[in-house]
Design a protein around this ligand. Structure first.
Ligand SMILES: Cc1ncc(COP(=O)(O)O)c(C=O)c1O
Length: 430
C-alpha cells in the first residue's frame, strides 16, 4: 500500500515534467560544465586535489575519523586549528564547522532565536534556513524578495505590534543571502543595515547572511561579499559553505564565541552527530590555501572575465532583443549586469512554462551540462535553466553554448509567430 501511494506521487511528478532523476555520472562526464557550483573549477581541474594531497603529506599521521560527536572527543586539534583559521580569514570572533552548509543552517536557526524573538526572512532564502526555522522556537515572518520597502514595513509593523521588540527586549533576526542561489541577485546591504539601525535603534536587530554563493569569489583572498564591503561588524552571524566556489564540502558559521557555544550546547545535529572526518577538513584547509594563493586570485579574475564575456556576447547578439520581447527566454538579472563590479556566475535562463526541460535537453545534446529547475525548487511559474559559468569554461565554449541557446530560442520565436499568423482568430475569439 505504501509503495503504491509513493509511486502514485512520483508518477504525478513525472506527468508534470518535474520528476527529479539525478544525472548519471557517465552522462555528465564528457560534457562541458555549465551546471555545477564548482565555479572556480577547483575540483574539476584537479588543483584542489593537488593541494589536498599536499595537505595530507603535511599530516602523515592523521587519524581519519573524528571518532565521536564533537561534544566528546570529536573536536580534534586539526578541527580547532581550522576553525581558528576560518575565523581569521573571514574577520570573525569565532567559527563553527559543519559537514554541510545545510546542517549549519539547521543548527543555527533551530537554536539561536529565542521564544518571543522574530526571524524576518527574505522570500527566497534557502531551504536549509526554512528547515532550521521550522524546528526553532521563534516567530517567523517573510518579506518580499530584496524589497527594501517591504522589509521596512515589516520592521515598522513589528515595532508597533510587539512591545518587546519596541523596547529592545526581543530580538529581530534578519535572514539574507549574499547571492540568491536561483535568481543570482544580491540584497541592498547598506540600505538594510540603515533600516535596522533606524527602526530598531536599541540594537536588537541581528543581521545574518548566508554566503554560500559568494564564498571564495570576491573580497580579500575570496573571503566573501561582506568582507569585500568591510561590513563584518554589521553581521553578527555569517554562514559560508565550502561545497561551491571552494570545490570541497562543509559549512561554517562565523559568529561570536557566545553564539558558537550556544549552538554547540543546544543544536541536536551537533550534539548527536559524529564530528567531521579529517579528509573533509583537510580538503577545506587546502581549498582556503588555494583561495589565498596566486592560483585562487587568477581563477577569481578568470571567472569574472568569463561572466563578462558571456554577458557582452549575449546582450550584443543581434537577435537577443527579439528573443526577450517574444517571452521565449529572459534573464531577470540582466538589468543589473552593467554597473556592478562583481557578477554572480549563475545565469537564470527563464523560459516559458514547460520549456526548461526542452532547452536543457538541447544544450545536453550539444554536450553542455546545465540544470533545468522546476517547482518546488523555484516558485510555481518560474521554471528555468540554471546556467553556471566557471573559471575553466573557454571563450569557444561560451560562444558555442550561446549559439545553441539562440538557435533554440529563435526556433521557438518562429514557431510562435507562425502559430499567431495562422490562427489569429483563435486568440481574438477567446
Ligand atoms: C544559500 C545556501 N545555503 C546553504 C546551502 C547548503 O549548503 P551545502 O550544500 O553545503 O549543504 C546551499 C546549497 O545549495 C545554499 O545555496
Amino acid at each position: 500500500m505504501l509503495l503504491h501511494r509513493l509511486e502514485e506521487q512520483l508518477h504525478r511528478r513525472e506527468q508534470q515534467d518535474r520528476l527529479i532523476t539525478p544525472a548519471s555520472p557517465q552522462r555528465t562526464a564528457h560534457m562541458a560544465d555549465f551546471g555545477s557550483n564548482d565555479t572556480l573549477s577547483f575540483s574539476s581541474s584537479g588543483v584542489l586535489r593537488t593541494a589536498f594531497l599536499h595537505e595530507l603529506r603535511r599530516h602523515p599521521h592523521f587519524t581519519l575519523g573524528s571518532r565521536s560527536t564533537r561534544i566528546f572527543e570529536g573536536t580534534t586539534q586539526y578541527l580547532t586549528d581550522l576553525e581558528e583559521h576560518l575565523a581569521r580569514v573571514h574577520g570573525a570572533e569565532s567559527a563553527l564547522f559543519f559537514n554541510a552548509g545545510f546542517d549549519a543552517n539547521v543548527a543555527l536557526w533551530s537554536t539561536v532565536p529565542q521564544p518571543g524573538d522574530v526571524v524576518l526572512y527574505d522570500q527566497y532564502v534557502h531551504a536549509s534556513i526554512h528547515e532550521g526555522m521550522r524546528r526553532g522556537r521563534a516567530e517567523t515572518r517573510m518579506f518580499p524578495h530584496n524589497d527594501e520597502a517591504g522589509l521596512q514595513q515589516c520592521l515598522l509593523n513589528l515595532r508597533e505590534t510587539h512591545p518587546g521588540v519596541a523596547d529592545g527586549q526581543q530580538t529581530v533576526f534578519i535572514a539574507l543571502e549574499s547571492v540568491y542561489s536561483m535568481d543570482a541577485d544580491s540584497p541592498p546591504l547598506h540600505r538594510i543595515i540603515q533600516l535596522a539601525h533606524e527602526i530598531l535603534p536599541r540594537g536588537n536587530a541581528v543581521l545574518s547572511i548566508d554566503e554560500a554563493h559568494s564564498n571564495g569569489l570576491l573580497g580579500p583572498n575570496g573571503s566573501g561579499y561582506v568582507c569585500n564591503l568591510g561590513l563584518e561588524k554589521e553581521f553578527p552571524i555569517r554562514l559560508h559553505t565550502c561545497g561551491k566556489g571552494l570545490g570541497a564540502t562543509g559549512g561554517v558559521i562565523l559568529t561570536s564565541k557566545t553564539i558558537r557555544s550556544y549552538i554547540i550546547n543546544y543544536a541536536k545535529n551537533v550534539i548527536f552527530s559524529t564530528g567531521p572526518a579529517f579528509p573533509v577538513l583537510a580538503a577545506v584547509k587546502a581549498g582556503y590555501d588555494l583561495l589565498a594563493s596566486e592560483e585562487g586570485e587568477t581563477r577569481r579574475t578568470q571567472l569574472q572575465k568569463n561572466i563578462a564575456y558571456f554577458q557582452n556576447k549575449l546582450t550584443g547578439h543581434p537577435q537577443w532583443s527579439t528573443v526577450k520581447q517574444s517571452g521565449v527566454l529572459s534573464i531577470p538579472t540582466e538589468g543589473t549586469w552593467a554597473p556592478e563590479s562583481f557578477h554572480a556566475p549563475i545565469i537564470p535562463l527563464t523560459t516559458r512554462e514547460g520549456d526548461a526541460n526542452n532547452l536543457a535537453h538541447r544544450l545536453h545534446q550539444a554536450n553542455y551540462w546545465v540544470n533545468p529547475v522546476h517547482y518546488p525548487l523555484v516558485p510555481e511559474g518560474k521554471e528555468r535553466v540554471r546556467l553556471v559559468l566557471h573559471a575553466d569554461n573557454t571563450e569557444a565554449q561560451i560562444d558555442d553554448i550561446l549559439r545553441v541557446m539562440m538557435e533554440w530560442s529563435m526556433e521557438r520565436v518562429n514557431t510562435t509567430r507562425m502559430a499567431d499568423t495562422r490562427w489569429p482568430q483563435v486568440a481574438c475569439s477567446v
